[in-house]
Design a protein around this ligand. Structure first.
Ligand SMILES: *Cc1c(COP(=O)(O)O)cnc(C)c1O
Length: 360
């Protein structure tokens, strides 16, 4: 079965052999304080740095999941106020975490299926953090990388935090315009769940240090500074997902061999195949109207056939797509367009959806 679901999803090719290799190298047994682990951390970190074009002064931190970053970021970096761009369930949760921490929080929300444009954000100039979801996995709305740069320029005093959980490594961010970003490995990296990656730039570290110096309490669990301190030694404060970090090293090495430019070009080509097909169909329609806001990595289509019926018809052909999110479970499809999904697979999917139209 090929899983075109938006995470967990199809595993990256070659993982079976990579997992066996982990077992043979005792990756599940080595100490997380050993040189062997530090080497694994360093290698995965270096691969990610090259793949994403991450500047030398950025840190690569490991968390149990991206959800944790929703809390760590406002808790470590905001004293009073953060502002959130909301365009679906995931960006809303990021906002709710900040509310739950007792901060003063601004919410700049787009109607369902639309993106938040920079003009819609009217945060006070002194806001400390702009939280932007690059790819909203529930609605298939993306925030163009250029809009993120524009917002960063409009709020020079604010840190910019980007949830890129279901899009990295696709977006080519200007890392000088943002201060922190994060993702989970079960989306575009095609790994089993249980590892979040938190990327942290120098302005974020500076802010956390400044808050620490005025006695701000970032909570009893890890915070940005405790994680950075250990990351400098290629370690984690807790026992991390060593297997996941090693396998991420494998996947990022494979992506580097393929080339980030090829990955980006293919992602755009496959997204275009799906949107072009749906634009001509009477049964499947792109649910995001504005082209610039259509996600390139999670293609959401309105469907006249129920998502369950679509998957029932796809099953004999060895494919499975994601259903809609929440109350759109039946009436939308969420189709993952991640690096492990080949052009041939997306072409085959379009062909099957074409045939399925007769059932509507
Ligand atoms: C999946 C997802 C998350 C949460 O990731 P977890 O690994 O479940 O913690 C956060 N944000 C977005 C946009 C996501 O797609």
């Amino acid at each position: 079965m090929i899983y075109l679901t938006p995470g967990p999803t199809q595993l990256y090719p070659g993982l079976e052999e990579a997992m066996l290799d982990c077992l043979r190298r005792d990756v599940g047994s080595i100490s997380h304080r050993s040189g062997a682990f530090q080497k694994i951390y360093a290698e995965t970190e270096n691969n990610l740095r090259t793949l994403l074009g991450l500047p030398e002064d950025w840190h690569v931190l490991f968390l149990p999941s991206a959800t944790e970053a929703w809390e760590r970021i406002p808790r470590s970096l905001v004293l009073r106020r953060s502002d959130h761009l909301v365009c679906g369930a995931f960006s809303k949760k990021f906002y709710e975490f900040a509310v739950g921490l007792g901060l003063e929080v601004g919410k700049w929300e787009a109607p369902t299926g639309q993106g938040v444009t920079p003009l819609m954000v009217q945060a006070p100039k002194e806001t400390e953090l702009l939280a932007i979801t690059h790819n909203e996995t529930s609605t298939g709305v993306q925030c163009p990388a250029l809009d993120i740069t524009k917002l960063s320029e409009a709020y020079p005093h604010a840190l910019v935090a980007v949830d890129a959980v279901s899009s990295l490594p696709y977006p080519a961010f200007d890392y000088h315009a943002i201060d922190t970003a994060f993702f989970s490995v079960q989306k575009c990296f095609g790994l089993p769940a249980g590892l979040g990656v938190w990327l942290v730039g120098p302005r974020a570290v500076e802010k956390a240090e400044k808050l620490q110096s005025v006695g701000h309490n970032p909570g009893p669990h890890h915070n940005l500074l405790s994680l950075v301190k250990m990351a400098k030694k290629h370690q984690n404060p807790n026992t991390p997902n060593v297997l996941g970090i090693d396998l991420l090293g494998y996947v990022t090495a494979a992506m580097l061999r393929k080339g980030i430019d090829t990955i980006r070009t293919e992602t755009e080509l496959k997204a275009k195949l799906l949107y072009d097909f749906a634009s001509k169909s009477d049964v499947f329609t792109p649910s995001v109207a504005v082209e610039a806001h259509r996600s390139r990595t999670v293609v959401v289509l309105d469907t006249k056939l129920s998502s369950a019926k679509v998957n029932e018809l796809l099953e004999p052909f060895g494919m499975k797509v994601g259903s809609g999110y929440g109350d759109k479970k039946d009436s939308q499809l969420r189709i993952a367009n991640f690096p492990m999904h080949s052009v041939e697979t997306i072409e085959a999917l379009c062909q099957q959806l074409q045939i399925q139209q007769a059932y509507a």
